[in-house]
Design a protein around this ligand. Sequence first.
Ligand code: 9MR
Length: 551
Amino acid sequence: MLKKIILCLLTPLLMGGCVSGKEAAMQKIQSLKDAYADYFLIGNIVSGVDMDDLRYNILTTHHNIATAENAMKPQYLQGTKGVFTFYDADAIVNKALSRGLNVHGHTLAWHQQSPAWMNYEGVSREEAVINLTTHAKTVAAHFKGRVVSWDVLNEAIADNPSNTEDWKANLRQSPWFKAVGADYVEIVFKAAREADPDAKLYYNDYNLDNPNKASVVYNMVKDINERNPDVVGRPLIDGVGMQGHYSSHTSPANVENSLQRFISLGVEVSITELDVQCGEEGKQTDAQKVAQGITYAALFNVFKKYAENIGRVTMWGLDDGSSWRRQACPTMFNDNLHPKPAFFAALDPDKFITENGASIEKKEAKQAEAVYGTPDLADAAAWSQAPAISIDSYLMAWQGASGTAKVLWDESNLYVLVNVNNAEMNKANQNTYEQDSVEIFIDENNGKTPYYEKDDAQYRVNFDNEATFNPQSAAEGFESRTTVSGRSYTVSLKIPFRTIDVKRGGIIGFDVQINGASSRGARQSVAVWNDLSGGSYQDTSGLGILKLTKR
Ligand code: 9MR
């Protein structure tokens, strides 16, 4: 007991409360920022809650740059037109500086967390430009000399871009875009450069491991910098921020490909909001902790490889308990502020992979059969010869709607019949994937690529027979029907083959997903056949295998 009390007293404050001898020994840990001193800055976020000493000590022990999680967003700095409220943000920034941290500014323009007056529906272009530039210039000037860099513009590109060559066509339909047009991007960067020419100016976005979205950002930065090569002595956009809200299923190869592309533009790249989801309901199994560690390790190995062009790697959350995704335990420290395996993985990736890599088992893809035949979509009996596939592996904790699928094929199309049970029949959510709906994923060449190629597509049909496609061009020749009975519904789909010749049958990558909505219109369950990654909408490597046979 005495020993434990002494240990408690000796355990440095930063370790978070009274711990056992074993834990205390384990916690005499190396500093992450020191381990990466020769590579890049290590960052984390600060919010009001981080201002207490214990958390702040962890922040300064392991990091050398801070981002305000919310305090520097437009809503908090200019909630009322013309009234700038810098008090909280100044307190955060000044404390960070006084404790030897650098500060990164987040964010001058965003479609979220911005006050309604700034870019309301129907605002004139002239007024919107004034609002945008006044905010950007005033805020950048206020923090001049205190921040090293800014996320000038956050999340301006739409999800699932189609024609990636035309970046303007892929801009999010945000209030700024609607009021000003595509040139709002340049306008806000120019305002920031004018107000603080020393700060590095970043474009920041999520899902940039998705090659299609990365291509759009690549084309945007390339175009803007080619047209603005010398704005106060250098190209207008200094850097691309890859947010890095990942999961243990994220492909490090995708992250690396995007990093390479951005670096080839001659800009700096930073990982700006890194977290790795791997857990449910705020809990992680031991296997999940290791799997999460493996992903952190693989990612940090990629970052080390490109360190020359990486400014910083910033984590989005000091600990699971305060993370915006606390249910999925995505950070390196647990709720008690103790380092998790993920921390040690980031600290020494190779060691972690050597010690733990073998324990990650590779799952074999499930296989199923599609029977030759051309059905009438209205006649479910037409699928009676095809074996049923169970769509009942859940991605979320809630075990909601599930079902079975049967597949037929002919020379032109795949025909899928999905029977869903236990559904709420809710389509209130504007996100179509949060409605009661089924999704079919097709990888015609079974290439199992960590991104979508030309032969890959996703088809979603809700219980009310409203269909959405990714890419949109997959809609051509597609047909579907639905019938509803109580809490069950049936979807039959005709999906044309787009890139392959299947005269003699063959093998394709295939999966089915059933999205279960709650009665309040939010996604509450996801059941799949094979791919448990949750990433089949952009990565075909986890799909099951469908054999097109003639009996
Ligand atoms: O972590 C932030 C959370 O506290 C806010 O409620 C949320 C509001 O949208 O924003 C979170 O931070 C986001 C960041 O500013 C931009 N990229 C996505 C982050 C997570 O949502």
